[in-house]
Design a protein around this ligand. Structure first.
Ligand SMILES: [Zn+2]
Length: 133
């Protein structure tokens, strides 16, 4: 999937966000190695902390669909920012549990592709299951 196609899909997906409070849509596509795409958008709530980010809408579906997280090819994220709207701290931790540093995280803002990153770029020294041993 080219960056241009991903950009269009993410931008179209922004329309599905439920953001009556922030008016700040975010979309996420998790692409599996078999080509399957899993979509997520942010969903807000009148009780603000009950809202959820696009990344944490998309990624859990892998498990619900019976897929293996090792089969994730890449994660593509678009915010409606004109700057660098990066994943929030909770999502960084959440993503770090599911993917390793080989998985590309493509970042887009409302206008363009911003770059390809790894989870270690966003969350170095991440807390992991290793800490619990
Ligand atoms: Zn988040």
């Amino acid at each position: 999937m080219s960056k241009e196609i991903t950009f269009k899909k993410l931008k179209n997906l922004l329309k599905n966000s439920y953001v009556p409070y922030s008016k700040f849509p975010v979309s996420c596509i998790v692409k599996m190695k078999n080509g399957q795409e899993i979509f997520g958008v942010n969903v807000e709530n009148a009780s603000y902390p009950a809202g959820i980010c696009a990344e944490r809408v998309a990624l859990p579906q892998i498990f619900a669909l019976g897929l293996n997280e090792k089969e994730i090819e890449k994660i593509s994220i678009m915010t409606s920012s004109t700057g660098f709207g990066s994943p929030c701290g909770i999502c960084r931790q959440f993503i770090s549990e599911i993917i390793d540093n080989n998985v590309v995280i493509e970042m887009f803002n409302i206008n363009k592709h911003l770059g390809d990153f790894k989870i270690d770029d966003f969350l170095p020294f991440q807390f992991s299951s290793e800490e619990l041993k």
